[in-house]
Design a binder for this molecule. Structure first.
Ligand SMILES: Nc1ncnc2c1ncn2[C@@H]1O[C@H](COP(=O)(O)OP(=O)(O)O)[C@@H](O)[C@H]1O
Ligand SMILES: N[C@@H](CC(=O)OP(=O)(O)O)C(=O)O
Length: 453
C-alpha cells in the first residue's frame, strides 16, 4: 500500500486534477491520497489557504468579505466545471463554507483554524467526487473520523501518538481514501492546523499509521534539486537523500518538502519519493535511511532569510557558571525560540527568527541581558540569511569548510558567522540577506558546477 500526497500546485486546476487521476489509476497500490487546498496556477496567483485566512480575518473584524468568498468558491467551481462534475458537490462546499463563516467566533484563533483547514477539507471532498466521476471507487474520509489527533497548538500542531493505532484501520477501508491534509483535531474535537505547507506532514503521519511501503509526495518539480531552482537555473537533481540530509535541507529552506514531515516516515522506516505530477515518469528523489555516497561531500545547499543574531560579549564568560542558561531564560520569558547558539570563549551569539523581535521587545531583551548578566557588549544584527551546506559525505572528507569559505571569500562575501553541528552532516554560514543569492551561487559553483543564472 502506498500513501500519495498531492500539493496545492498539483490540484490548482481541472487539468492538474486530471493528471492526478491518471497517476492514481496507474497504480492500484496508491490507496491513500492526501490532498492540499488548490494552490497557485501561475506565479502571482493566490493560494486558496491565503484567501481563506484573509477572509476569516475580515469576518472577525466585521468587514465585507464577499469578494474573497467568491474568489474561493470560484476556485472549486472552475475545477468542477473543467471536470464536468455535477453542481451538487459545489453547492455542498458553498453551504459548508458559508455556515462556517457565519458560525461561532467567540474564540478567534479556533475560528481562523477551522476556516483555514476548510481549504483542504473541501478539496478532499471535491477530489473524491472527481475520482468517482472518472470511475474510481474513491471516498472522502475526515481526519476526525479517522482519529488523527493533534496537540492544541494552532498553526503548529503536533500529532499525538495515540493517533497511529486508529489510523492503521484506514488499511481496511475499501477503495481509495481521499484525506484532507494540513490539519487534525485536538482532544476537545476542534480543528487544529499544522504549520504552513503541512499537508506533507499529514501524508507522512498516514504512511506511518498504515505502515505503507512507500510515501509518494507529488509536487511540481522533477526532483529535489541540489539548490533552490529559483536561485540557480536547472541545478543538479538529487536522486537519493538520507532522512537526515533531507531534514536539514528542508529546515534550511528547501520548501519542496516540509521539515517536520520526515519524522513519522523515518520512525516507521518508510521511504519517501518526491515526484512530479507534471512528469510522473521521472524517477524523482528517494529519501531513505542510508545511501551509498558517491556524490562528494555536499549533496545540497539550502538558504533562508529573515534571521537576526543577538551577540553577547563578556570577558571570562567561559568561567561563569550558568551564563548561557541565563540568556536563554530571558529569551524564554519573552516567548522567543532560538535556532542556533554559536559561541566563543568570551562571547555567545543566539540566532533567532526576526519576526519574533519587534523593536520594543528587542530593546527590552537587550536591557535585560545587560543588567542581569553584566555583559560588556550586547548587539543585535538584523537581516541575516543562513546558508546550510548538507551532506553525510562531509564526515569522511577533510577540507569542506575550507573550500566553502574560500568560495565565499573569492566572491567577496563577508561571513558573519559559521556553525558546524557535531553530527558533521551540515555546516552553516550566516551572511547578510543582500548577498544571499550570490553566496548560494558561489557555493553551488564550488561544489557542483558552473552557475547559469
Ligand atoms: N531544492 C529545491 N528543489 C526543488 N524545488 C525547490 C527547492 N527549493 C525550493 N523549491 C521550490 O519548491 C516548490 C515546490 O514546493 P511547493 O510549492 O510547496 O509544492 P506543492 O504545491 O506541491 O506543495 C518548487 O516549485 C520550487 O520552486
Ligand atoms: N494549503 C496549506 C497546506 C499545504 O500543504 O499546502 P501546499 O501543499 O500547497 O504547500 C498551505 O498553503 O499552507
Amino acid at each position: 500500500m502506498k500513501v500519495v500526497k498531492f500539493g496545492g500546485s498539483s490540484l490548482a486546476s481541472g487539468a492538474q486534477v486530471e493528471k492526478v487521476y491518471h497517476i492514481i489509476a496507474a497504480d492500484p497500490e496508491r490507496k491513500i491520497v492526501v490532498v492540499s487546498a488548490p494552490g497557485k496556477r501561475y506565479s502571482d496567483d493566490i493560494k486558496v489557504t491565503d484567501l481563506l485566512i484573509g477572509c476569516a480575518e475580515k469576518y472577525l473584524k466585521g468587514q465585507d468579505a464577499h469578494q474573497l468568498v467568491e474568489a474561493i468558491l470560484s476556485r472549486y467551481e472552475s475545477i468542477a466545471q473543467e471536470l464536468h462534475l455535477s453542481n451538487e458537490v459545489i453547492r455542498k462546499i458553498s453551504d459548508d463554507l458559508l455556515t462556517l463563516l457565519s458560525g461561532d467566533k467567540s474564540n478567534p484563533a479556533s475560528f481562523i483554524e477551522a476556516v483555514k483547514a476548510s481549504g483542504e477539507d473541501n478539496n478532499a471532498k471535491l477530489i473524491a467526487a472527481a475520482l468517482k466521476h472518472k470511475g474510481l471507487d474513491a471516498h472522502y474520509v475526515s481526519p476526525k473520523e479517522a482519529g488523527l489527533l493533534v496537540s492544541n497548538d494552532p498553526g503548529n500542531a503536533r500529532v499525538l501518538s495515540q493517533s497511529y493505532e486508529r489510523l492503521y484501520e484506514l488499511r481496511n477501508r475499501p477503495g481509495i481514501t481521499v484525506f484532507p491534509g494540513f490539519f487534525g483535531y485536538n482532544t476537545n474535537g476542534d480543528v487544529v492546523t499544522f504549520s504552513r505547507s503541512g499537508s506533507d506532514i499529514t501524508g507522512s503521519i498516514l504512511a506511518n499509521g498504515v505502515k505503507a511501503e512507500l510515501y509518494e509526495n507529488f509536487t511540481d518539480v522533477d526532483a529535489v534539486h541540489a539548490v533552490n531552482p529559483n536561485i540557480v537555473h536547472h541545478p543538479k537533481e538529487i536522486r537519493e537523500l538520507t532522512y537526515r540530509e533531507m531534514r536539514e535541507l528542508s529546515y534550511g529552506g528547501f520548501s519542496v518538502f516540509h521539515d517536520e514531515a520526515l519524522i513519522p516516515a523515518f520512525r516507521a522506516g518508510i521511504p519517501v519519493n518526491v515526484k512530479n505530477t507534471n512528469n510522473p515518469e521521472a524517477p524523482g528523489t528517494r529519501i531513505v535511511s542510508a545511501r551509498k555516497n558517491t556524490d562528494g561531500p555536499v549533496v545540497g545547499i539550502a538558504s533562508d532569510d529573515k534571521f537576526c543574531s543577538i551577540y553577547v560579549g563578556k570577558y571570562l564568560m567561559n568561567r561563569e557558571i550558568g551564563f548561557g542558561r541565563k540568556i536563554l531564560l530571558i529569551l524564554e520569558e519573552f516567548g522567543l525560540s532560538f535556532e542556533h547558539i554559536p559561541s566563543g570563549i568570551d562571547d555567545m551569539t543566539v540566532i533567532v527568527r526576526q519576526n519574533q523581535m519587534e523593536e520594543k521587545v528587542e530593546k527590552k531583551i537587550m536591557q535585560r541581558i545587560m543588567a542581569d548578566l553584566d555583559a560588556d557588549e550586547v548587539r543585535v544584527e538584523h537581516d541575516l540569511a543562513l546558508i546550510m551546506l548538507v551532506g553525510e559525505g562531509m564526515r569522511q572528507k577533510v577540507g569542506t569548510m575550507a573550500r566553502a569559505s574560500r568560495a565565499l571569500a573569492d566572491a567577496k562575501i563577508n561571513i558573519e558567522m559559521i556553525n558546524q553541528g557535531s553530527s558533521e552532516t551540515s555546516m552553516m554560514f550566516s551572511v547578510k540577506e543582500a548577498v544571499e543569492r550570490k553566496a548560494v551561487q558561489a557555493l553551488y559553483h564550488e561544489f557542483f558546477a558552473e552557475v547559469r543564472v
